[in-house]
Design a protein around this ligand. Sequence first.
Ligand SMILES: [Zn+2]
Length: 273
Amino acid sequence: MKDADGKEANQATDASSGADKPVATPVPTLQPDPTTQPGSMPKADKEPLISASPPDRKPGKQPLLPASIKTKTVYLTFDDGPGRYTDQIAAILAKNNIHATFFAIGENLKHYPKQVNHLLDAGHYVGLHSMSHDYNKLYKSGSSANFIEEFQQEQALFKKITGQDVDLIRAPYGSAPQINKKFRDDIVDAGFKMWDWTVDSEDWSYKNHPEKVIGQVKRQVRGNLNVILMHETKQTVQALPQIIAYLKNKGYAFAVYKPEEHLVVNFAHDDRL
Ligand SMILES: [Zn+2]
């Protein structure tokens, strides 16, 4: 089912089931399960407030990639942190002398400020992934208002925690189909850039099966430019060394997002983003 729609694993803290069927219209009218409120406030060193699990859905479209990329390049991206696996992921990247791009959830930034600063100090890029990762809050109204507000809130929080400005975002569950033209206009007006991905590792769905995560990456990576969607999960940590080894063996260089060398990677092929 490599090209089938990703299935939501449904952690208690994330309402996403039912939101995984792309439909023809890009209007966010899909009806996910009601959000389950996080049960108890986590301790800083325990589970993050937002679970790293069930996240970003496979979209129907692939982003249009610039033809200018002449070398085989891969961007590793890790969503839904920071959290208890961030340090392990960073250690694997350091061991391989490569950098990656992370998309952090605001509520998790509050609990793991040290981790995000470590990532930045080590040369990784950290972008924004909303405050709540809550499908209903972000998309259900059909308006971009809550979405923009959450990302602006997270942008300010990020500045407070890291001292840095950031404008690259990744829409929870991806930008298709829930983000339409008007929605994108608003994102542009708010000054954000937005990245989707080209390879969905589906790592969140393969609990205890890192080999399946590796298999997805091997099946989907192709061409000169790949943006690989992964999440901060245990199986991702387990799979990562082999994924990196495979890509190195295939001749890929590892790139990290740079605002001054921004590439358009979104499902709508919107070159304003
Ligand atoms: Zn996510």
